[in-house]
Design a binder for this molecule. Structure first.
Ligand code: AMP
Ligand code: GLY
Length: 443
């Protein structure tokens, strides 16, 4: 099929959707997208063992790095919209490549993905646009890092500039630890991602995640969320990809969210425009609510995981239209997207040892789950040859529930979790502690 026919004949059709990625995030996107009756089929490349339990979903087992095969499959399955989940293909320019072939794509081009794949670039971007963020220094060598660390009277956070699967941020407690962190990064722990280091003033406050669907000019916000990054209860232990989340985040009142819009979201979109970056995808604002106001900790060019699993069940069947509008640059910005009056919560079940070394291949039993207002999105699973569900990642399952209030939500989530068994299963019992009225701090 030629480029011409692809662009003219099928542009308004929305029957076949392709999602790229293999996590709980992508499964929850598929689940929300298939709700629309116009959608006939949702394909996932590569997806995981949970993908085909979702209505209308089918996996395509090809390597997305093989561009020819990818395009052949897009044409063969008559794909009307491509949704790119993870940051790596976006950083590698997959959206640019597919857009140039006239596919409709949700996900920014490489220039927009730079908000996530270069922290120093993102910091300069914020500085230029007067967007509140922690003070920073960009350094190209250990020598320069040492000079800044030595002369600083405040504790500094040390970050690898590029993508590092969430592992490139160090929060040292002393100058010595700061040196060690900079040394680790410059010594190549994160490959080229560590050629540049960003040193940042350490700031404090609760963190929230805000997601703006963006069509290049206009944007619309999804319900807010709070993630739980630390491995252990009471927010202790190492950072992880996220151990659970809840949405919306009551911490962000309407007034405060308006302040964030004025000080952060709109200036970000204006600055993208100033730089001629036509951003068609989601901007994930990782924010810290400090004493002096909201500050950007990081931008991501994708949905958060597990925030996405938490938010998707609050979406109605029109969600896919929003993604399509973003891809086509015709979002109005006044779309009402959250039609549910419920709240949502997610708890992640992990393999023992995560986020460090862990074993996989354990059989998962999860019959008897209460499926009323409750979803299980597989994060890291596979199927054995005889069709049994096995663990296949650090984060294994996302258990997501909705209800009138967070107490009910998490009561249901934990009741269901008790019915899930695999060797070494681990989860935090205090997800949502900030918003559970019945939660006893003694737990
Ligand atoms: P990032 O990958 O940039 O989101 O950083 C991971 C985590 O490190 C964040 O979620 C924060 O908890 C923490 N962090 C990052 N930057 C700072 C900072 N400047 N001050 C305090 N904590 C930070
Ligand atoms: N939940 C954190 C992230 O997706 O980066």
């Amino acid at each position: 099929m030629g480029i011409q026919s692809r662009s003219s004949k099928n542009f308004n059709r929305l029957e076949n959707i392709l999602i790229i990625g293999n996590g709980g995030r992508e499964n929850s996107l598929a689940w929300a997208i298939q709700k629309n009756e116009l959608v006939k089929k949702v394909y996932l490349i590569p997806g995981n063992a949970g993908s085909e339990r979702i209505n209308k979903c089918e996996r395509i087992k090809i390597d997305i790095n093989n561009k020819n095969e990818l395009v052949e499959n897009l044409d063969f399955f008559k794909i009307d919209l491509v949704v790119i989940g993870p940051e790596i293909p976006l950083a590698n320019g997959l959206a640019d490549f597919l857009r140039n072939l006239n596919f409709k794509v949700f996900g920014p081009n490489q220039d927009g993905a730079k908000l996530e794949f270069s922290k120093s670039w993102a910091k300069k971007f914020m500085q230029d646009a007067n967007i509140p963020t922690a003070n920073f220094w960009k350094v190209n060598s250990l020598e320069d890092a040492k000079k800044i660390i030595n002369s600083s009277s405040i504790p500094l956070v040390v970050k690898a500039d590029g993508l590092a699967s969430g592992k490139g941020v160090f929060i040292p407690n002393s100058k010595d630890e700061c040196f060690k962190a900079a040394e680790t990064i410059f010594n190549g722990r994160f490959g080229n991602s560590g050629n540049v280091v960003v040193l940042e003033e350490k700031i404090q406050g609760p963190e929230v995640s805000v997601f703006a669907l963006c069509d290049g000019k206009n944007y619309t916000l999804l319900p807010t969320a709070q993630d739980h990054k630390r491995l252990n209860e009471k927010d202790k232990g190492p950072n992880t990809g996220g151990m659970g989340a809840y949405s919306p985040a009551p911490l962000l009142t309407e007034d405060y969210l308006n302040r964030i819009i004025k000080e952060i979201i709109e200036p970000t979109i204006n600055e993208l425009n100033t730089r001629n970056i036509d951003y068609r995808g989601v901007i994930y604002f990782g924010l810290m609510i400090t004493e002096s106001g909201p500050k950007v900790i990081e931008y991501n060019c994708r949905f958060g995981d597990p925030e996405c699993q938490t938010i998707m069940p609050l979406m109605d069947q029109n969600f896919v239209f929003l993604l399509e509008k973003c891809s086509m640059g015709n979002l109005n910005g006044d779309e009402i997207i959250n039609t549910s009056d419920k709240v949502s919560g997610c708890v992640i079940a992990t393999s023992k040892g995560y986020p460090h070394e862990y074993k996989t291949g354990f059989k998962i039993d999860m019959d008897k789950i209460d499926t009323n207002d409750c979803q299980i999105f597989d994060s890291g699973t596979s199927l054995s040859e005889d069709g049994k569900l096995l663990t296949n990642g650090g984060r294994v399952l996302s258990i997501v529930c909705q209800g009138k209030d967070f107490d009910r939500v998490f009561e249901k989530a934990y009741k269901n979790l008790k019915k899930i068994h695999f060797e070494g299963i681990y989860f935090r019992n205090d997800i949502g502690h900030q918003v559970r009225k019945n939660f006893s701090k003694e737990n």
